[in-house]
Design a protein around this ligand. Structure first.
Ligand code: GUN
Length: 286
């Protein structure tokens, strides 16, 4: 069999950023992304800093507000209202999850963000727009996966897509986006019977399980495209290393596969920046 194609997220993300920058060049103002983080979970600290830094790097304005772990829901809601009403804030994102023991309710916060500033695409209005096939702000990881497939000209029409993840952040919105591309979509999860057998039916297998070594060759049809969304932190020889769900043997039987790191991750951040430009255009009637 021929060597699998390694789907380089940095290359595909650069193309998406170029599109964002071209659209930004047509504006007579700088879109502004505001990122809020509660607490200091190390993964959330690194993601939020990365988001704010990347925004600046492509010429957006960005602000990172870091609040203590014991911040109350009402304090956070007040800040969100202020930013919803601020015409100079175009994108607003509250990093998830909230710290353990926090009294802040995730659905309350996600619904408080104005749908046209919801660059995470997680507000029910944006979820509804997605399922209705309407224009709107779309969830970054699934939209990033679609951009990656587009970049590598991997068509979904008529393909069997199996997504092992049923979350609001990944599985459900990705299913809607694949359906829109005329794929036949299955969402599988921890209660799916014969999960490996279901996964083996996939022409395109998406895994976001979050368990190292979970996807073995037993889950993959020869020649399938494999999208590994998970970023698992492991210690190897005293150093932290990022790995996905797939064992190294999966690479050899796939026709194309995303590496971890350097696969889906860069696409998610780039889509967030693209969404910030799109949000600024929507708010200005463009
Ligand atoms: N935590 C992990 N991924 C995400 C994301 O895409 N958006 C937000 N807000 N929090 C996250």
């Amino acid at each position: 069999m021929t060597q699998p194609l390694i789907l380089d997220g940095n290359l595909a993300a650069a193309a998406l950023l170029e599109k964002a920058q071209n659209e930004m060049a047509a504006l007579n103002f700088k879109p502004h992304l505001h990122v809020i983080r509660i607490g200091d979970d190390p993964a959330s600290v690194s993601y939020t800093k990365l988001k704010a830094r990347r925004a600046k790097k492509i010429g957006l304005d960005s602000t990172l507000t870091e609040l203590p772990a014991d911040t109350s829901e009402s304090t956070l809601l007040e800040l969100i209202q202020k930013l919803n009403n601020d015409p100079n804030t175009h994108g607003l994102l509250v990093q998830l999850p909230f710290p353990k023991g926090s009294s802040i309710r995730e659905p309350v916060i996600l619904e408080a963000i104005h749908p046209n500033k919801d660059v995470d695409g997680l507000h029910v209005v944006n979820t509804g727009r997605l399922w209705a096939g309407q224009m709107g702000l779309r969830s970054c990881t699934p939209a990033g996966i679609i951009s990656m497939l587009d970049y590598y000209r991997i068509a979904l029409e008529g393909k069997r897509v199996v997504i092992i993840n049923r979350s609001q952040l990944v599985g459900k919105p990705l299913a809607a986006m694949c359906l829109e591309r005329n794929a036949t979509v299955t969402i599988a999860h921890s209660r799916t019977k014969d999960l490996a057998g279901v996964a083996r039916e996939a022409d395109v297998l998406v895994t976001a399980v979050g368990r190292v070594g979970f996807i073995t060759p037993d889950f993959v049809k020869a020649g399938a495209v494999v999208i590994d969304v998970s970023v698992n932190r492991i210690m190897l020889n005293g150093e932290e290393k990022l790995v996905g769900d797939c064992t190294p043997e999966v690479v050899a039987i796939s026709s194309a596969i995303t590496p971890v790191p350097g696969g889906v991750g860069p696409m998610t951040v780039s889509h967030l920046l693209y969404n910030t430009v799109l949000a600024a255009k929507i708010q200005n009637g463009l």
